[in-house]
Design a binder for this molecule. Sequence first.
Ligand code: KDG
Ligand code: MG
Length: 403
Amino acid sequence: MAEIISARVIVTCPGRNFVTLRIETRAGVYGLGDATLNGRELAVASYLNDHVIPCLIGRDAHRIEDIWQYLYKGAYWRRGPVTMSAIGAVDMALWDIKGKMAGLPVYQLLGGASREGCMVYGHANGADIEETIEAAIAHVEQGYKAVRLQSGVPGLAATYGVAKAGERYEPADGALPTESLWSTEKYMRSVAPLFEKAREALGWDVHLLHDVHHRLTPIEAGRLGRELEPYRPFWVEDPTPAENQAAFRLIRQHTNVPLAVGEVFNSIWDAKQLIEEQLIDYVRTTIVHAGGITHIRRIAALADLYQVRTGCHGATDLSPVTMAAALHFGLSVPNFGIQELMPHTELTNTVFPHAYSYRHGMMHPGDAPGLGIEIDEELAAKYEYTRAFLPVARLEDGTMFNW
Ligand code: KDG
Ligand code: MG
């Protein structure tokens, strides 16, 4: 028995907000879990403080599956990003504790390494095609084997995935949501030329990816996919909102471009039809937002039956705790595809010292017992929570649209 005697939520903002759960056992061993839900951080903190932590005290930290089921079934109200992020944080912390008590890195508890490292993709973006290609070349020079391309769209002042001049890309940029205008027609004209020029400049040995960020209808997505086919993208991500999973049948009828979906999913049920009908090629759900390592293993096991591979979300709003957990999972899972890497700032890395590392386009979780992640609480306490929302998008006539 590894009795849980206390748990607390640590909210910090070293440049952006992160929510971390720390669970302590009577033996003095503690575990960390990420509970960050971009733009809705305090909702998860409250769910943990008010509704989850009181139920954890006195339980055996070793009973990871039972605690998962208790928090999922026991709430009566199932699923949803807030609930599943809170469960995800508890689950990560419990795997961290189990690993530390066993003296083993978590990937060993998950069956051991299935590969030497996890291939990652970096983000190349720029105001126009030339700038984006320059950024992609810089990534290839740093050893990246896979690069995501997002370019400014002529005629649109701002778009998803493109940093403001001279800044790092960070979408949660306002104390109230900032608004940008969207035109599908202008966007559609810009993507194929970006990929054409990128292949000319980079050749064929690097994987190229692109995120549509839920902006197209299925038939528009089919057309975009077909236009990109000659440039062999590794994947096209979130071509259309995926609440209606059957909509992806229409995309598949028109293009064979590989599809990646799932960063906004929080349960296996969100992806069930997409996987079973082989309507996607990569499932992007990650540890924090989908109920932790325990639940993502279930999603990956279902996906494996249908030759769908993993491609975990790894933007900077997922804390280094999630990155550590994702790498232990990614190193061990049989149907690993790729891991997103949007490197955290130096300051974030100082608040969260970690054992994972990047080398030649691959990442490894390291061999420290547990997840191999710490939080410097004294430093974290210096950076108070600062409200920050994700932006919203409208069509040029003012109609609300998908961001
Ligand atoms: O919080 C939202 C971001 O994580 C998301 O917009 C990033 O789409 C994203 C990606 O592919 O990393
Ligand atoms: Mg995305």
